[in-house]
Design a binder for this molecule. Structure first.
Ligand code: ATP
Length: 422
């Protein structure tokens, strides 16, 4: 009897959703499969919130039916006949028509046409990501493993499906390293040779920077990106960023250790994306035109770029924040223009105890202090000019930060005194 790979997974891996997709496929009499990373993770017994489904039919109309059944919204109808359903509280469900892909030239986007399940699995990056599980009733849970993915999972190998794989899509270089390090696998020896050859090939240059960057961000978002970065550095695989790119691994280790402590300890940093902290560390040794080239090449948001540039001015900030006998409100004045990500990064890397203390006081307390009074209170007390009101409120806030505690009445009294003084 064939093994059911989905048996015994009740309560995990969104099995109810997966079963509902299978039932819908049976109702419409179309073959449907779970494919890619989620199959790998089911076998490895790891969590994966993203469900990828391939059907041998029109994915878009099937997705609409599934969306109705699951009461979800089919949010994005992407290119290549794929649909994405955002599942309330349960990750994403991607549904695609089985397709065949080929690359007109190295690093380009693939050409696509409808294909068989085998075609669809063959277009994938590594054998461990090229397995499927049937969702139809008569074969529910059966594994389709045409390329030896299961054997590679057991041998802990990352292996490409064919020799042109890295040339077709050099972003797979980053993916190979990411999966190798995440799972504690090894890139298989022939695959490693092909990877190195692809890095020497001109094809690297044809990849659009946003595609590299998307993969690099995924790498930096791993729970511990350090082993990936170290491996990529050893392989000289950071050339897609800058031809002279070299990492300072001990410094990255320090950032990693401190960042993990900081994000646990201070809710102030909860909105900082981890990848940005590591990205700052990667680009820190760059300056001037080299840094500008990197920042212009990759699709960074304005606030992300600003954070990176703020970090570059650390020398001046360090000097200002090292001054003895700074009041807490002065410290706030220096830090308030900086983003939490820039402050987190600065704190994670600073060798100075005094700066550490001041940044912790800011993130732990002072940045969160708010006034109980507002402009309306001041207007009721006779204030008229908007500028004057703003200045009075900031002065009262400074007093509150320095005193650490002020009641609403004390805030009003302080504002009244300041207004009288003009
Ligand atoms: P993760 O756990 O990091 O999300 P994943 O394998 O699910 O890993 P995705 O980037 O979500 O990664 O991709 C889903 C699947 O799509 C992969 O498992 C793989 O089969 C296929 N895939 C993704 N990117 C590529 C690529 N560049 N080349 C070929 N196949 C790819």
């Amino acid at each position: 009897m064939r093994k059911n790979y989905l048996a015994g997974r009740e309560g995990g891996d969104n099995l109810d959703i997966i079963k509902a997709v299978g039932r819908e496929a049976d109702r419409r009499q179309i073959p449907a499969y779970l494919v890619g990373g989620i199959v790998r993770d089911i076998i490895l017994q790891r969590k994966n919130g993203d469900i990828d489904i391939v059907v041998k039919a029109d994915a878009l109309s099937f997705a609409r039916e599934v969306a109705k059944t699951l009461k979800a919204e089919a949010k994005v109808y992407g290119q290549f006949g794929t649909a994405t359903l955002e599942l309330p509280g349960a990750g994403r469900l991607d549904i695609a028509t089985a397709r065949k892909e080929w690359y007109p030239h190295s690093g380009s986007l693939p050409k696509v046409c409808p294909g068989t399940l085998q075609d669809d699995l063959y277009r994938r990056d590594f054998t461990i990501n090229a397995m499927a599980v049937s969702l139809n009733k008569d074969s529910f849970g059966e594994l389709i493993d045409e390329f030896g993915g299961m054997a590679d999972l057991k041998k802990k190998k990352v292996r490409v499906l064919h020799d042109r794989s890295f040339l077709d899509d050099p972003t797979r270089i980053l993916r190979a390293v990411r999966f190798e390090q995440r799972f504690g696998f090894r890139i298989e020896s022939r695959t490693l040779r092909l990877l190195k050859e692809a890095m020497d090939d001109d094809g690297m240059r044809n990849v659009k920077p946003p595609r590299y960057f998307a993969e690099f961000k995924k790498m930096l978002s791993e729970s511990d990106p350090l082993p990936c970065l170290k491996r990529l550095n050893d392989l000289e695989g950071l050339r897609f960023m800058d031809s002279r790119m070299r990492l300072d691994i001990p410094f990255l280790k320090k950032i990693h250790g401190n960042w993990n402590l900081l994000k646990e300890k201070f809710p102030f940093y909860s909105q900082c994306p981890a990848w940005l902290i590591y990205f700052m560390a990667v680009v820190e040794p760059m300056e001037g035109p080299r840094l500008d080239a990197v920042l212009n090449k990759f699709p960074l948001r304005k606030d992300e770029k600003q954070s990176i540039l703020q970090v570059q001015k650390k020398g001046d900030l360090t000097r200002r924040l090292s001054a003895p006998r700074l009041t807490r409100s002065r410290v706030c004045g220096i830090l308030r223009p900086l983003s939490p990500a820039a402050i987190a990064y600065w704190r994670a890397g600073t060798p100075s105890r005094r700066i550490e203390k001041r940044l912790d006081a800011y993130a732990g307390r002072d940045a969160l202090i708010r006034l109980e009074i507002n402009g309306d209170d001041l207007k009721r007390m006779g204030a008229s000019s908007g500028r004057g009101i703003g200045m009075t409120l900031s002065r009262v806030l400074e007093m509150k930060i320095d005193r650490q505690r002020m009641s609403r009445k004390e805030e009003l009294d302080a504002a009244r005194t300041l207004m009288r003084q003009g």
